[in-house]
Design a protein around this ligand. Structure first.
Ligand SMILES: Cc1cc2nc3c(=O)[nH]c(=O)nc-3n(C[C@H](O)[C@H](O)[C@H](O)COP(=O)(O)O)c2cc1C
Length: 199
């Protein structure tokens, strides 16, 4: 059975608009056919932690040469990166924080972007190792227009996902929720209703 990895990156829970919309899209994806759902709630996940020197050195040291403390330091990243590599579909719920992604999502990205697991170097150039994946990315902003010069979320996530081999990406862009939140939610939910989620 296929696996959907849902990634929440707002520290807010009930009040979170990105979670609310991701719930709706998750329901649609589940209705499309049986799928196993895994969750990473980035601000509440013990594995999503800023690294230390052993971790960074461990990332670039062949396993047979790693020290015990390097092995310990990269354990969480190994789990997260392999889980990401093994999923078939992704559902990202992404608030814009200060024109970019939240710190939780940036930390997670640094933990899953791993040479040998999600990308590799071929003749010195990086090549994404993930194939035949589909990503849904819900981005919510308070006032910043998406795809504007101030939006460092959409291009960053597009480049990052492409870099690791995820090229089939559906962005659901929910901008300017602070002006009229009801209208923004109604529009986003309508968009989710008609989204092509066929597998
Ligand atoms: C720390 C912080 C920084 C934010 N930075 C921006 C920003 O740069 N541009 C913007 O339009 N909205 C910004 N917002 C508003 C959030 O994007 C908006 O409230 C969004 O709904 C948050 O996602 P959530 O509802 O899932 O928690 C910021 C909110 C917080 C808490």
């Amino acid at each position: 059975m296929k696996t959907l990895l849902r990634i929440d990156s707002s520290p807010r829970k009930d009040a979170s608009l990105s979670r609310q919309l991701a719930n709706k899209l998750q329901t649609r994806l589940e209705k499309e056919g049986p799928i196993v759902v895994q969750n990473r709630d980035l601000y509440y996940d013990e594995l999503v932690k800023l690294g230390n020197e052993d971790q960074i050195n461990g990332f670039f040291t062949p396993i047979e040469n790693q020290t015990d403390s390097q092995k310990t330091a990269i354990k969480g990243s190994n789990i997260l990166a392999n889980e990401f590599a093994n999923a078939d579909e992704y559902l990202f719920a992404v608030p814009m924080y200060n024109f970019g992604v939240s710190a939780g999502l940036k930390t997670y990205i640094d933990l899953i972007s791993r040479a040998g697991i999600t990308f590799n170097y071929a003749d010195g150039s990086p090549v994404g190792l993930l194939k035949n994946k589909k990503a849904y990315v819900i981005i919510v902003t308070g006032g910043t227009p998406l795809e504007s010069d101030y939006d460092f979320v959409t291009p960053y996530l597009r480049v990052l996902l492409n870099f690791i081999g995820v090229t089939d990406i559906e962005f659901i862009k929910v901008a300017s929720t602070s002006t009229n939140v009801e209208k923004a939610l109604i529009n986003a939910k309508s968009e989710i209703e008609v989204l092509d989620v066929s597998r």
